[in-house]
Design a protein around this ligand. Structure first.
Ligand code: PMP
Length: 416
């Protein structure tokens, strides 16, 4: 009898048998409030009836229309539909299965389009686990340690982490942009730089929103140096932050956008979008994959986009995100171990800090475990595992937010 490899680790001991809306159920019928959404994936909730119906119908029609062999209607319909939500000008779309693959596709595109090699990533970012994406990832050494050498041509610059430095946001932005300019002056020639890749909210690295002035500074430098600005919206996209795209909070125009996770409510689908003139500079046939743009995943994505629009899930993410944020602040006021509460929309987090000022991953882990025991599923993040994050499905109601907050307050008290 084979066993699951111990290389796979779970954040909770739950064996999830069924999901519905914001809830998961185990084999004994125990109900869990799922504030992980499968790491920000089940945007429309678990098994939204319209997503289920679309996937069922597609499964009986065409499961696999291999896109380097044939086209299929869902791929074309989804592409047309994405045109309604993508930033103006990003009118050429290419599909893969996962966030990591899409990040790698964006790197290939940037290198082909510019003829340059270097990619600048930011300290604390997570862009994936494949060897190229891992090279761009500095959200935790566990994602890189012992597997190198990773993809060369990566330079890492500071991300404005105001809480960590004990600075205000403007000071953190000034520091990060000054260090970026220093990097260009000393190590990474602008003429060798193909792209910047940035998360609108640092995700796995600790749920730190990128200040608008920082993203504006990247845009300005991208223009000045002839490099591309790639936004990794894998976790922040499809309404998660209370705007359709995370970078919408900053009014900054990306050259390449990467989306995945919430796009298809749990079916594996990712995409990159760029202006057609840029995409045309990629070498034809240089990208592809067996499963990219899978027909069932495309049908689920179309249904997801309809549900997001028809149920105003972007608006709901903004409203419920504010409610969640206010509730977390109230909990933090009674628990000094929570040093910071931050986030955008339904991407909220509490950073646990010891009285010494050191990151307190142990208490965060105890709070997460206590929450799971009480029926609330949460994830941690941050380089020290000391940030507890909440990413409920975008369909979450005010009552469910309150229920989650009440359970979390008890879990923090349990964690001592
Ligand atoms: N980019 C970001 C911002 C992510 O949050 C993730 C996944 N957590 C990835 C890329 C990688 O996505 P995947 O796990 O689907 O490869």
């Amino acid at each position: 009898m084979a066993k699951l490899s111990p290389v796979l680790k779970q954040a909770t001991p739950v064996l999830a048998e069924r999901g519905e809306g914001v809830h998961l159920y185990d084999a004994d019928g125990r109900r869990y409030l799922d504030f992980t959404a499968g790491i920000g994936v089940t945007s429309t909730g678990h098994c939204h009836p319209r997503v289920v119906a679309a996937a069922r119908e597609q499964t009986g029609t065409l499961i696999h229309g291999q896109y380097t062999t044939v086209l299929h209607p869902g791929l074309l319909r989804l592409t047309e539909r994405l045109g309604d939500v993508l930033p103006a000008g990003l009118d050429s779309v290419f599909y893969l299965n996962s966030g990591s693959e899409a990040v790698e596709a964006a790197v290939r595109l940037a290198r082909h389009a510019t003829g340059r090699q270097n990619i600048v990533a930011f300290q604390g970012s997570f862009h994936g686990r494949t060897m190229g994406a891992a090279a761009l990832t500095t959200a935790g050494t566990k994602f890189r340690a012992g597997i190198g050498p990773l993809m060369p041509g990566v330079a890492v610059a500071p991300f404005p982490q105001a809480y960590r430095y004990g600075w205000d946001e403007a000071e953190a932005v000034r520091f990060a942009l000054r260090e970026l300019d220093h990097l260009f002056a000393t190590a990474c020639a602008p003429a060798d730089t193909a792209a910047f890749i940035v998360e609108p909210v640092l995700g796995e690295g600790g749920y730190i929103p990128a200040p608008p002035a920082f993203l504006a500074g990247l845009r300005e430098r991208a223009d000045r140096h002839g490099a591309l600005l790639v936004v990794d919206e894998v976790q922040t996209g499809i309404g998660r932050t209370g705007r359709f795209w995370g970078h919408d909070h900053a009014d900054v125009r990306p050259d390449v956008l990467i989306t995945a996770k919430g796009l298809a409510s749990g079916f594996p689908l990712s995409a990159i979008a760029a202006p057609a003139a840029l995409m045309e500079r990629a070498w034809p046939g240089s990208q592809g994959g067996t499963y990219g743009g899978n027909a069932v995943a495309c049908a689920a994505a179309l249904a997801t986009l309809d549900v997001v629009r028809d149920e105003d899930l972007v608006g709901n993410a903004a409203v419920q995100g504010d409610r969640l944020h206010a509730g977390l602040r109230a909990i933090a006021a009674g628990h000094p171990v929570i040093g910071d509460v931050r986030g955008l929309g339904l991407m909220q987090a509490c950073e646990f800090t010891a009285p010494s000022g050191e990151p307190d991953g142990a208490t965060a882990a105890r709070a997460q475990a206590a929450a799971a025991e009480r029926g609330l599923l949460l994830l941690t993040c941050g380089g020290y595992g000391n940030v507890v994050r909440m990413i409920p499905p975008l369909v979450v109601t005010g009552e469910q937010v309150d229920e989650g907050l009440a359970l979390f307050a008890k879990a923090v008290a349990d964690a001592g």
